[in-house]
Design a binder for this molecule. Sequence first.
Ligand code: HEC
Ligand code: HEC
Length: 239
Amino acid sequence: MNRLNTKTLPRSWVAVGISMLMATSAWAQEPAAATAALKGSAAAGEKIAQSGSAGGAAACATCHGAKGEGQAGFPALAGQHAGYLERQLNQMAAGARQSAVMAPMAKALSEQERADVAAFYSSLKLPIKAVRGALPGKDDDSGAWLVERGRWADGIPACAQCHGPGGVGVGKDFPAIGHLPADYMQTQIDAWNKGQREAGPLGLMGAVAKKLTAEDIKAVAAYYQRLHNPAAATTTAKP
Ligand code: HEC
Ligand code: HEC
């Protein structure tokens, strides 16, 4: 049985975690020191974001947008928790999260520089707000069900339970997802299912990813979009 560090995760997530924990979660066995975060300088990070790093990482803004807003194929970084961003960069540098495009750049950054860019992007504004969606009823689509209630028949807890209301993220462990396009979400689900992305805290997301279909992901992304842009949703609903 893996030991759980109940001090770093709120009790409700730990309960979810215990029920979902895979027998061999590498994360749970990792010593805490290996994931300790460095203190980043947002000012130093901003320079790298705009002009690249001394070690040869390209300017992040070229792909992730001038304000970290992201664009097709390149995820938004603005407003994600620094601890989450730093962990992703460290995992890409270590080969635990694979990406032909992004991993060489994570490697080209020093550990301190990874903390710096993480501090910079987390200081920018997340484009979505914490909106609590209504609990869906029988007529609501699968996106609403997955996000707000989960699909317990398949052992899938509500996305909101870990990713917060409106998918704005919770602390360093649970990233904001409410603004991510379906395409990017799907590439990450595929990466977990192919073993190309380390599943993070307690292996929680790796276990969820196995159970999500491509239709589920499209429905979740569409639901979040409606939740965050109710006006746009009503005007574009029908031709
Ligand atoms: C040539 C384009 C390109 C450049 C330049 C680039 N990235 Fe990326 N980045 C990507 C792609 C593509 C992904 C998605 C990888 C994947 O599918 O897992 C990504 C993913 C990321 C992620 C993970 C985001 C998440 O939500 O998990 C972080 C963090 C990141 N990049 C930071 C940076 C930083 C910091 C820089 C500048 C030093 C940078 N990137 C420069 C293409 C780029
Ligand atoms: C039991 C907790 C838990 C639940 C429930 C959960 N997630 Fe996650 N999710 C996580 C964790 C933890 C991570 C961060 C993994 C890491 O650090 O690499 C994550 C990461 C993600 C990411 C990657 C974000 C990025 O920027 O790369 C996506 C996409 C995602 N989750 C989608 C979902 C969807 C959709 C649902 C609901 C169907 C869901 N998650 C439910 C725990 C959860």
